[in-house]
Write a protein that binds this ligand. Structure first.
Ligand SMILES: [Zn+2]
Length: 400
């Protein structure tokens, strides 16, 4: 249990690991919300409390089941992002195995991970598909609400139901996130960032996001008119074009380096060439080109200073859908310098000395996540092969 305080609402509540859980009488999906994976981001926890209270007091009919889960209980109580290590950067297979199987736990966040892991797999074992996972966050800078997701066609299609900016490809930069772990199990999983940590609008935006998500996933039946109202509420909360964006740069703060973001940047802001970005160990860091800035860091804890993003042209979104659907990768392996790593055919090894046209951006279009293996080789893993498309086939949103 943790006692959690919201500065924005001047309110204190008690929450357990499972904030609430409602199982309906009728069959339906399993919808899971996480709040407070970062302990200084309490908006999601308060919003979940409010929506579940509403579901219970109005005796709303639930199809399937819906969960509200709190993330980093220890850090929530201490009003910190984390205590020893960021709980949203440690979801690696080998690490999870050590924590869960060998019970060798090094610090608070590892025991939080252990509890969340056990709960997550209990939900997957006992719940009925389709499964949805949504992780509620806030940012240190001022921001219009937005969604972040791993770039799979399933995630893209689900997210297109929301009138919000959608940021793809964060998993290439940010390693060990809970949502990436779940996405690699093949389920729809996405993050929602509802506003600045201590802004009361962040709680309200989150409440509206949860209500609308209950309708889109069909865990709650709503009239067409009500669904439109919920859609409008989300649309009105956003001051940024509802496009798909990709991240193309992350500024990593070096260990022991003193990073101070230049003041006054809002998320999604476009900045000119030569603008002051940050002070790094007393040196000014300037933009070398016109940029669109994303998630500038205005808090002490956190290892990523800022990102650059750009809108993805509609043509490329369409093209990548076609390339993935028609499994163009299975033709490309016939070219010199491109081969499967093994018989599972989900990982490519690319020798760039031979296959020069195989840039990372091209692999992204094909649905691969690429990393450099050595000077001349890229290793790229397919994100599409694990997606559980079949489980979502009968939903309204999938057939739109
Ligand atoms: Zn967060």
């Amino acid at each position: 249990m943790a006692i959690v305080h919201s500065k924005a609402l001047a309110e204190t509540i008690k929450v357990d690991r499972v904030i609430d859980h409602i199982r309906g009488k009728k069959r339906g999906p399993t919808v899971v919300f996480f709040g407070g994976i970062h302990g200084n981001e309490t908006a999601g926890v308060f919003a979940l409390k409010e929506v579940f209270k509403e579901l219970r007091s109005k005796e709303v009919m639930i199809n399937g089941e819906v969960y509200a889960i709190s993330g980093n209980l220890g850090a929530l109580e201490r009003k910190q992002r984390y205590q020893t290590e960021d709980l949203n950067r440690i979801w690696f297979q080998d690490r999870i195995e050590r924590i869960v199987n060998h019970k060798k736990i090094q610090h608070n966040e590892e025991s939080e991970l252990g509890e969340l892991f056990y709960l997550l797999h209990t939900i997957l074992d006992t719940g009925t598909p389709p499964f949805y996972f949504m992780d509620l966050h806030t940012t240190s800078s001022d921001t219009s609400p937005f969604m972040v997701l791993n770039d799979s066609l399933l995630n893209r299609k689900y997210a297109s139901n929301y009138p919000l900016p959608i940021i793809l490809g964060i998993e290439e930069y940010l390693k060990g996130a809970l949502l990436s772990y779940i996405n690699e199990l093949g389920y729809v999983s996405l993050g929602f960032e509802s506003g600045q940590h201590d802004d009361d609008k962040a709680v309200q935006n989150c409440v509206e996001f949860i209500r609308y998500s209950l309708a889109v996933t069909q865990v709650v039946d709503v009239s067409e008119e009500r669904q439109k109202q919920l859609y409008e509420a989300i649309s009105n909360s956003s001051g940024v074009p509802h496009k798909f964006y990709e991240i193309y740069h992350q500024y990593d703060i070096a260990p022991n380096s003193d990073f101070k973001m230049a003041p006054g940047y809002a998320n999604f802001q476009t900045i000119p060439k030569g603008a002051d970005l940050a002070l790094v160990d007393g040196m000014e860091l300037k933009s070398t080109k016109k940029r669109q800035i994303f998630m500038p860091l205005y808090q002490k804890q956190g290892g990523e200073g800022f990102y650059f993003i750009r809108p993805i042209p509609i043509f490329l979104l369409w093209l990548s859908k076609k390339l993935r659907r028609f499994k163009v990768d299975h033709i490309l392996v016939k070219l010199p310098g491109v081969e499967w790593r093994d018989a599972s055919k989900d990982t490519l090894v690319v020798d760039q000395r031979v296959a020069r046209f195989f840039a990372k951006s091209f692999l992204h279009l094909l649905g691969y996540r690429a990393r450099r293996f050595d000077e001349s080789h890229l290793i790229a893993k397919n994100r599409e092969s694990v997606s559980k498309f079949k489980e979502y086939e009968d939903t309204v949103w999938y057939n739109k």
